[in-house]
Write a protein that binds this ligand. Structure first.
Ligand SMILES: Cc1cc2nc3c(=O)[nH]c(=O)nc-3n(C[C@H](O)[C@H](O)[C@H](O)COP(=O)(O)O)c2cc1C
Length: 489
């Protein structure tokens, strides 16, 4: 890993970061935060003239001993030039105008008036409020477990939480106040019932609160009560019945939230459309057992010696969520149904991937749980820079343009081989490409003992690019030349 990355990842992203006081002309917290959210170009915008001028005797030291000067010098070197970011990041969802494509997804991050108010003040376009229901919710403690990356960030996040623990009246009051105070933002109520009467009556009750739309939670995998949550989402006839029931209670847009705990997500999504849904959000969390504590031998979270199969979210689930969104977006029977993409979004790049595959907006939870509402800064800035650089003036210019690239297995081109090329200036001679190719590839790399450099045997290489994936130094480029398999035969 490059020294710059190591320094960036040493940073704890402190609350009210003490390092803000170190320099006269620059805020290192904002710059490092942009870098941590993959936004190098955005970080460059915050470097001013004389950026290394320090405040005399400020007495502040970075608690994590990050070499901030080193980071700032590297950002200053970035060739990105400031441009006027005159792009339109508004989008629409089920006929509602969003000031940007970023919403809080229904969960603990949007579960009180105060929290949502802070999120909206920070710049989020709207909130899907924590799921409300007419029955009592009894939660366990602890209720989360995580798989971590080397730098202590979450790779994946498991929760066993259910729904809102407030009364419907309390939550409806919050929705009402939020809508009154933030008329330009989108307030979506998320609901769940046990039978048709309940779905209809809750839809009616939340509509009276003045919210803009209703999300139907057909997907919580942690419910204590059978035949609720993802039990509904796995049964297309219940999805249709309950969507129809909610439709009876409201004229607002209905968004059905899908479970990923199913083979073909299109089937319940079509059922929701038939029942009167205008939009689909995908995905809720994936049923999982995250890990076992090898000291206690109990899977986590350990609730008095027991756990349950709970919902997995965060970075690890993004590829699965992207797959489901693509399948929904490519389904001709779901035309005119707006999609809200959810699952593992942390950076503007993650969000853009969902938009490119056909979502018109995205929702986030785990990233906010890990870093707070402040991540909206780089979601918005990164999106604007991406749009400007790619000449997309409106979000709709690029929504869905990559979905056609995902094809059936029978339609992929299989006649050319892309050969890897070693960059010997960058290669440190570790031999990792050789080991992987020898034991996990096609034994097409020779490793010269004396020079410690890899060489390709083009007659054996199938162009799988495992070598490129394992190279720790980015010393293997995409392609040297294309050769046809047929030419070799
Ligand atoms: C702690 C927690 C609580 C959640 N509660 C709800 C909920 O009440 N209703 C709901 O529809 N989804 C709920 N979710 C699912 C999220 O809204 C979202 O679909 C999922 O976490 C995937 O997105 P993410 O990877 O950005 O977190 C919850 C997720 C977490 C982690």
């Amino acid at each position: 890993m490059e020294r710059l990355d190591l320094e960036i990842h040493k940073c704890a992203l402190c609350y009210d970061a003490p390092c803000k006081k170190i320099y006269k002309n620059v805020d290192p917290e904002r710059i490092i935060r942009a870098l941590r959210f993959d936004n190098l170009k955005g970080a460059k915008l915050f470097i001013n003239e004389n950026y290394l001028v320090k405040n005399d005797n400020c007495g502040v030291k970075c608690p994590c001993k990050v070499d901030i000067d080193y980071i700032l010098k590297n950002v200053a070197k970035s060739p990105y030039k400031k441009k006027k970011l005159d792009v339109d990041i508004t989008t629409t969802f089920c006929g509602l105008k969003l000031i940007n494509p970023f919403l809080l997804s229904s969960s603990v991050v949007g579960s009180t008036y105060d929290m949502c108010k802070r999120a909206l003040e920070a710049g989020w376009a709207g909130v899907v409020y924590k799921t409300m229901c007419p029955f009592a919710i009894h939660e366990a403690s602890p209720r989360f477990s995580t798989l971590k990356n080397w730098d202590n960030t979450f790779l994946g996040f498991k929760n066993i939480e259910q729904l809102s623990t407030h009364t419907l009246e309390e939550d409806c009051n919050s929705l009402k106040k939020l809508k009154e105070e933030f008329p330009d933002r989108i307030i979506i109520a998320s609901i769940m019932g046990r039978n048709e009467q309940e779905w209809e009556s809750i839809a009616k009750i939340v509509t009276e609160s003045g919210c803009d739309a209703i999300e139907l939670n057909f997907s919580c995998p942690n419910m204590e009560l059978k035949k609720t949550g993802s039990d509904i989402g796995q049964d297309p006839s219940s999805v249709k019945r309950y969507t129809m029931a909610a439709r009876k209670g409201t004229n607002l847009p209905l968004i059905a939230k899908m479970t990923p705990n199913i083979t073909d997500i299109k089937i319940p999504a079509r059922a929701a459309k038939e029942g009167g849904a205008n939009g689909i959000s995908a995905i809720n969390t994936i049923k999982s057992i995250s890990n076992i504590n090898l000291d206690t031998l109990v899977p986590e979270p350990d609730v008095n010696g027991k756990t349950l199969v709970g919902g997995y979210s965060g970075r690890a689930v993004k590829p699965i969520a992207l797959r489901f969104v693509t399948e929904l977006a490519n389904d001709s029977l779901l035309k005119n149904i707006d999609i809200s993409g959810i699952g593992g979004i942390y950076t503007y790049k993650d969000a853009i991937e969902f938009l490119l595959l056909g979502a018109t907006n995205v929702q986030l939870t785990t990233a906010i749980m890990e870093y707070g509402y402040r991540i909206i800064d780089d979601l918005i800035l990164g999106l604007k820079i991406f749009m400007k650089e790619n000449n997309f003036h409106k979000v709709s210019n690029f929504v869905g343009i990559s979905k056609k690239c995902v094809v059936d297995s029978s339609k992929i081109e299989r006649d050319t081989i892309l050969l890897p090329k070693f960059n010997y200036d960058k290669c440190v001679g570790c031999g990792r490409c050789f080991i992987s190719c020898e034991d996990g590839g096609h034994s097409a790399i020779k490793f010269e003992q004396e020079t410690r450099k890899p060489h390709l045997d083009v007659t054996k290489c199938v162009g799988c690019h495992l070598c490129k994936q394992v190279c720790p130094n980015n010393a293997i480029s995409i392609v040297e030349k294309r050769i046809s398999k047929k030419t070799l035969e």
